[in-house]
Design a protein. Structure first.
Length: 121
């Protein structure tokens, strides 16, 4: 499992919260990081790869909107809407990636309001 999951990391807390708000899980924070994409509610084993990609892209855009609108997050240097959405989507479409992996991608692409400039993983 990805060791990135940490309650003190804003990206982890935001990904946990927004997945909960979007009814993707009902777990407490400590148990969510290890959840795989295939364990989230949006995942459907019967979906075609094309449909799953569309759903993942839509969810990635929802994350982008929530991060930037609610959290006043900015893109990290070198990131952009396209880069961030693509990286989130690539994790959301990989059944074995975890919520911790998703949070790490969010952390790599967004600078959250209140995030320490010197914060390290």
């Amino acid at each position: 499992m990805n060791n990135f999951w940490n309650k003190n990391n804003l990206a982890c807390r935001k990904v946990w919260l927004y997945l909960k708000v979007l009814h993707q899980h009902n777990k407490v924070f400590k148990d969510t990081g290890k959840l795989k994409m295939k364990d989230l509610q949006f995942w459907n084993d019967l979906s075609s790869p094309e449909l799953r990609e569309q759903q993942a892209k839509m969810m990635a855009h929802q994350f982008d909107n929530m991060f930037r609108s609610f959290d006043k997050a900015k893109y990290e240097e070198g990131s952009s809407l396209e880069t961030a959405v693509e990286q989130l989507k690539s994790i959301l479409t990989d059944e074995n990636k975890t919520v911790a992996d998703l949070a790490e991608a969010a952390d790599n692409n967004y600078f959250f309001l209140g995030e320490d400039l010197d914060e390290e993983n």
